[in-house]
Design a binder for this molecule. Structure first.
Ligand code: GAR
Length: 199
């Protein structure tokens, strides 16, 4: 029997962070854990194609369709698959305290800024980079942290800084923060937590 941490990746969109995790598993950066499951809250997410191509079981759990049953359904899916670590990789749903305490210290999120800047309710995706540019900060980056009941408020696991350029747009900045920070620190943080759980 494998002694690797069983990882579920929760997604909503393009899934480039999921791809970084899949690639890290193939290259050996992630060796203490294994991606067992991808869950999308959006049936049109390209992340589902990425899972399929990598032969990873993928399911849709749609908040709009499931309504008040959403979190219980998600908990059941994760428990049936005996998941140890839940990675939120561009998962655009806020999870309740009931959910986060059920999996305390087992949920990891990647956020595209240096927390505590540009985070919390309303700060997601491109909006984060728009806010950083409109504030005029010269350095931004990405943060990987544990998830608790406070949006983007859990313990920080890893951060990486990215310099802002004079001619950056939200789109160019988003891409550079992904390339230089998110796709690097998310796999490293997932390996670190997998190792700690299984160690
Ligand atoms: C990523 O930049 C991720 O950090 C961000 O959404 C993007 C998803 O891209 N997440 C948040 O803003 C969460 N607050 P992806 O689907 O290509 O990984």
């Amino acid at each position: 029997m494998s002694n690797k941490a069983k990882i579920a990746v929760l997604v909503s969109g393009g899934g480039t962070n999921l791809q970084a995790l899949i690639d890290a598993q193939h290259s050996g950066i992630i060796s203490s854990g294994e991606i067992k499951l991808v869950v999308s809250n959006n049936e049109g997410a390209y992340a589902l194609e990425r899972a399929k191509k990598a032969n990873i079981t993928a399911v849709v759990c749609n908040k709009k369709v499931l309504g008040s049953e959403f979190e219980d359904t998600l908990i059941n899916i994760l428990e049936e698959n005996e998941i140890d670590i839940i990675v939120l990789a561009g998962f655009m749903c806020i999870l309740s305290e009931k959910f986060t305490s059920h999996f305390a210290n087992r949920i990891i999120n990647v956020h595209p800024s240096l927390i505590p800047s540009f985070c919390g309710k309303g700060f997601y995706g491109l909006h984060v980079h728009e806010a950083a540019l409109s504030y005029g900060v010269k350095v931004t980056g990405a943060t990987v942290h544990f998830v608790n009941e406070i949006p983007d408020g859990g313990k920080i696991i890893m951060q990486k800084a990215v310099y802002i350029k004079e001619d950056d747009t939200p789109e160019t900045l988003q891409r550079r923060v992904m390339e230089e920070a998110e796709w690097k620190i998310l796999p490293m943080a997932v390996e670190k937590v997998s190792k700690e759980i299984k160690g």
